[in-house]
Design a protein around this ligand. Structure first.
Ligand code: NAD
Ligand code: WQD
Length: 339
């Protein structure tokens, strides 16, 4: 029996494939490589010394998915495949709804056809919107300010309906906070196309000299140093949470549960810059600029439910996150593209 990992060549998916293979699972990846490269699967093989089956397939391609399910015995799906750039989603909402929502609906329908009814879904802390912090799973979600976030909220609702419709489905909604860092081998990590939207890849590209300067988006928030606070989590800790969620689905057949996958600790943008400089010895050239539209001043998780129910704990600290980010950046100055 195998685990199907959609979006398995992407940033979080690739780290999860490594943890699955190391734990003895057979892994099948479905990715259309719209935001990743097939080389990632070679790196995963290099790290684990295990084989991994890769299909170049879009999750909206029903026949392609049917081929994957007919050629493999899939016991559960970890569903990462999706577009994730908040700004782009505001400009291209139809593309986001089609890719993320239509893709998920097609995937669920094919899963049902092949009687595979266990899924771990990559949701996001963004579904909490303007709730008070720390965010807790019992809060009302969906007050989201952009199409990307709405795709996550809508998919959570769709999965809720699927769960109610049929008592064989078991579903885990993992609400990720801000994943950063990379595998300690330095072989896989985050490699965004073009100019990064997210803080950590931007910092590491400034440090390596590919970008001239980081702009800190706003220095006048009502926080300890005026910059925004987020809950940064090491991507390997996040990857391991998926294995805990899979185990929980096995022990709890008909269930649907949301879990916050964060550390519970909030760091400011300046904390991240300082920690990066300390961990790597690199100076980060930055200036304080205007606020970015749509940014919340502060959010972080209450991870108690994941700690207690899944038996999952984040084990890596901010120093590890910075050191590992830098190792991947240094070893791969041009990302996965060959020099
Ligand atoms: P990523 O872009 O690195 O990985 C997503 C992968 O899915 C890529 O390899 C891409 O090629 C693939 N993909 C996209 N659309 C597809 C489609 N229609 N068919 C097949 N493959 C497709 O992103 P990531 O950071 O690894 O995020 C993984 C998931 O986690 C996403 O669903 C994202 O929304 C969610 N998430 C990410 C973050 C974050 O900060 N990185 C936070 C919360 C949630
Ligand atoms: C972090 C902090 C910025 C870039 C996004 C999505 C969220 C989730 C994770 C998927 C913020 C500041 C950033 C820069 C900066 N993704 N920043 N200069 O916005 O917390 O969350 O990714 O679900 O849904 O919204 O992450 O890395 O963009 O920003 O000062 O060049 O860094 O203002 O405070 P964010 P981020």
């Amino acid at each position: 029996m195998a685990i199907l990992v959609t979006g398995g060549a992407g940033y979080i998916g690739s780290h999860t494939c490594v943890e699955l293979l190391n734990a003895g699972y057979e892994v099948v990846v479905c990715d259309n490589y719209c935001n990743s490269v097939p080389e990632v699967l070679e790196r995963i093989k290099q790290i684990t010394n295990k084989n991994i089956a890769g299909y170049d397939c879009d999750i909206r391609n029903r026949a392609g998915l049917e081929k994957i399910f007919s050629e493999n015995s899939i016991e559960a799906v970890i569903h990462f495949a999706g577009l994730k750039a908040v700004g782009e989603s505001t400009r291209e909402p139809i593309m986001y709804y089609d890719n993320n929502i239509s893709g998920t609906v097609t995937l669920l329908d094919v899963m049902k056809e092949y009687n595979c009814k266990s899924i771990v879904f990559s949701s996001s802390a963004t579904v909490y919107g303007n709730n008070p912090i720390p965010y807790e799973e019992t809060m009302v979600t969906g007050d989201v300010s952009n199409p990307y976030g709405r795709t996550k909220h809508f998919i959570e609702q769709i999965l809720g309906d699927v769960y109610v419709s049929d008592n064989e489905w078991s579903i885990s909604l993992l609400r990720y906070f801000n994943p950063i860092g990379a595998h300690e081998s330095g072989l896989i990590g985050e490699d965004p196309n073009g100019i990064p939207n997210n803080l950590m890849p931007y910092i590491s590209r400034v440090a390596i000299g590919k970008l001239p300067q980081l702009t800190v988006f706003g220095g006048d928030y009502d926080t300890k140093d005026g910059t925004c606070i987020r809950d940064y989590i090491h991507v390997v800790d996040l990857a391991k949470a998926h294995l805990c969620a899979l185990n929980k689905l096995k022990s709890d057949p008909h269930s649907i549960d949301a879990y916050n996958i964060g550390t519970g600790i909030g760091y400011s943008v300046l904390d991240i810059i300082n920690a990066f400089e300390d961990a790597t010895g690199q100076k980060v050239n930055y200036k304080i600029g205007e606020r970015r539209a749509g940014d919340l001043p502060a959010f972080y998780a209450n991870p108690k439910k994941a700690n207690e129910v899944l038996g999952w704990h984040a084990e890596r600290n901010l120093h590890d996150m910075c050191e590992d980010t830098w190792r991947f950046q240094k070893n791969n100055p041009n990302g996965y593209k060959k020099d």
